[in-house]
Write a protein that binds this ligand. Sequence first.
Ligand code: 4AD
Ligand code: MG
Length: 453
Amino acid sequence: MRTLIRHVLSRTEASADLQVAGWVRTRRDAKGFSFIELNDGSCLGNLQIVADAGISGFEEIGQMTVGASIHVQGCLTPSPAAGQRWELKASSLRLLGKSPEDYPLQKKGHSHEFLRSIGHLRPRTNLYGAMFRIRSRLAFAIHQFFQERDFFYIHTPILTTSDCEGAGEMFRVTTLPNDRMGHDAEDFFGKRAFLTVSGQLEGEAFATALSNIYTFGPTFRAENSNTSRHAAEFWMIEPEMAFCDLQGDMELAEAMINHLVKHALNHQDGDLEIFEKFIDPTLRTRLESVASQAFERISYTDAVRLLEKSGQAFHYPVSYGLNLQSEHERWLTEVYFKKPTTVFNYPKEIKPFYMRTNDDGRTVTAMDLLVPGIGEIIGGSQREERLDVLLGNMRHHHLDLDTYSWYADLRKYGSVPHAGFGLGFERLLMFVTGMPNIRDVIPFARTPGHCEF
Ligand code: 4AD
Ligand code: MG
């Protein structure tokens, strides 16, 4: 049975007989033997293989070039070399798959742009292997956070007829042939359907039945914004809590970010260190400071006041009633508060129909959690639970009342105060690793003009 290199490297005892398999990172030939650095992706570290001429399979050593896959059997012994505990003295080698000279990862130090163009091979590099192991661990930590708090995981649909955010940025899904476009009744579902921009509305149906739920799935937005923080396909975590107000919502959002940052700091296996070394030297200090102090909270009105008197020359204007831009969010978190900050109670006009109107009639119980280096990472709100107010909002936003009648029913029958939010999983990964571009934290990025692989 093959042992993962991750388990080999953490062994406390030598072993007379071990089998490993992986891809050759480097090979050095000396007189009468060869050294191979082998990596199987189970961890950042390589296992050094020492192969003496004459062992079974050594005749193929010339083909065990960078990128080739091999199987090795041997004896694990303490390594005399500095910086590594073990090496495997091979008793037999087997070439599984050759790797010709045009293997693109021969040398180290490729640009992120180039590696994006070979997205099918980039997980074989140290940095991207670490990235996607961290991604997997944080996905697990998210489930752990919610399951420990008795939230139920709900699978909300990917195909939908609702536009949760009301921004009209939806990908349409159709099976109509070109010459029947526009004949919606003939379409697959008998009406127009789209890829979901959010599982929230369906999530609310389950929160108003099971109390506390969360979703964790892919979401799609056809927004033509070519920024380093927007993807057309991204993963979102959306908790929703019945009998909860804005205060409880902000508390959950802060506790969740705190839990995830701590999880990343505590389960590193060297993966986080590589980001500190090559991407952001301040990473660990930054994450530790986030994990150890309370976040800031400020109302939208006060945040706008601060920005107006900041004396800072912003590219986009700041004034009450306008959306905060990323540069404003970053000034608040990086320059002014120097910590994650939740901005709450935004003007009604710039937020979606489902947010609860405050007593002032002008603002809604919205909240955005902003972090240094990125800006908005979470967006959420308390939901409008009053049927008449909700219907008024829907009319104001020109929503089709028939399409959303099921959503209104949640208020008609046993309505309760409830609240939730959405965390962008890729933005979280950017924050935790310091990677500056969303294209580099998702296995295969989909952005305007790009849908490769
Ligand atoms: O603020 P948003 O649009 O909120 C919602 O979708 C709500 N329905 C969530 C809820 O209350 N249940 O999106 C939530 C988060 C943002 O804060 C951001 O982190 C991420 O989703 N996000 C994106 N991430 C990558 N690419 C994009 N195009 C994104 N749009 C939003
Ligand atoms: Mg938002």
